[in-house]
Design a protein around this ligand. Structure first.
Ligand SMILES: Nc1nc2c(ncn2[C@@H]2O[C@H](COP(=O)(O)OP(=O)(O)OP(=O)(O)O)[C@@H](O)[C@H]2O)c(=O)[nH]1
Length: 320
């Protein structure tokens, strides 16, 4: 795939942007003077966030999602080892490399740090050239693995996120909405009479049509945690955390109208002169008894209902 062609609608899924982004570092130390010393080393080339306690470090980390953490080991309340364990146990933060910065450089201490998941150890007082070189190595590795992950998450034809990324995000957002006790919405989309489109205009034109539909999905003013993905073939799916049925239905209608407005000619369509989509919506407040796959199945049933009702339409339901 030519990386210069990729224009995924969120930068975290664009491998090229991932590789060229300004690195984001989090420096954690209970002594302001130590933070200051590291800030001086990195402020020019990186965005530097700071935290003065373990608890604050976890908060800042979840909010800012840094590319690397320089973490003091000895801190009152929660020490660096505990902070590292918590971040490594959390799927959202476990890929962030952590370098311990410590004045205790015994082999036991170092082994313990590496065992809980740190990538490196630096001793205080820090030598600017050494810390800069080590951070650079680990940042390069992190950016490369982010870029590979982004590449593996993108659908080659449409450049939308693929089903693998969708499934991953659905699982995480399902858990988040269950914890928060809020509604989650799923939207399933299928291009109407697409087999006839392929048969009449050819497979390449079919591919072009799917790209245009995908582009109109990308441009749809999504909120931060929303995700539109190619689910497979001529089917797309959208995930909208913290969204109720009314919100999801209005989004579904705007997607339907946008694709209709593309006015892509479809001579053999039985329901319009242009390419259209049918859309199924399902929402629920997740709890321990409910499974995300069940909600997906219900969105699919609603999609079928929209097809049965004449296509180029939407149908939706809330699962109690
Ligand atoms: N060009 C192209 N066609 C694809 C792609 N993926 C799936 N298709 C085609 O999409 C068509 C889907 O057809 P069907 O599932 O029968 O549904 P449909 O013709 O859209 O009819 P309805 O869904 O009932 O409106 C099949 O002909 C697939 O070959 C793709 O990546 N590119």
């Amino acid at each position: 795939m030519d990386m210069s062609e990729i224009s995924t609608y969120k930068s975290e899924w664009n491998p090229e942007l991932v590789l060229t982004a300004r690195p984001r570092l989090l420096v954690v130390d209970d002594q302001a003077v130590n933070i200051q010393a590291l800030y001086q080393v990195f402020a020019k080339d990186s965005e530097v966030f700071m935290a003065t306690s373990g608890k604050q470090a976890i908060e800042v980390c979840r909010q800012k999602m840094p590319d690397l953490i320089l973490l003091d080991v000895l801190m009152p309340d929660m020490d660096g080892i505990e902070v590292c364990q918590i971040l490594k146990d959390d799927a959202e933060t476990q890929n962030i490399p952590i370098i311990f910065v410590t004045s205790q450089d015994s082999p036991e201490e170092e082994t313990r740090g590496l065992e809980v998941g740190a990538v490196d150890f630096i001793t205080k007082p820090v030598n600017p050239a050494v810390v800069r070189a080590r951070v650079k190595t680990h940042l390069t590795l992190k950016m490369q693995s982010d870029a590979l992950r982004a590449l593996a998450s993108i659908d080659g034809l449409t450049h939308l996120p693929n089903r693998r990324l969708f499934d991953e995000r659905l699982e995480a957002e399902w858990r988040a909405c269950r914890r928060a006790g809020v509604s989650i919405a799923l939207i399933m989309i299928d291009v109407d009479h697409f087999k006839k489109y392929n048969d009449h205009y050819g497979h390449l034109e079919g591919d072009n049509c799917l790209k245009q539909v995908a582009n109109s999905l990308m441009e749809n003013n999504w909120r931060g945690r929303d995700l539109a993905a190619r689910y497979g073939g001529e089917e797309f799916v959208c995930l909208m955390p913290e969204t109720d049925l009314a919100g999801a239905m209005s989004k579904a209608e705007s997607l339907r109208a946008k694709v209709e407005a593309l006015a892509i000619p479809h001579e053999l369509s039985a329901n319009a002169d242009f390419v259209t989509i049918s859309v199924g919506v399902a929402t629920t407040v997740p709890n321990d008894e409910k499974m995300a796959e069940v909600l997906l199945g219900i969105a699919d049933e609603q999609l079928y209902k929209a097809k049965q009702a004449g296509r180029n339409g939407i149908a939706g339901v809330e699962l109690p």
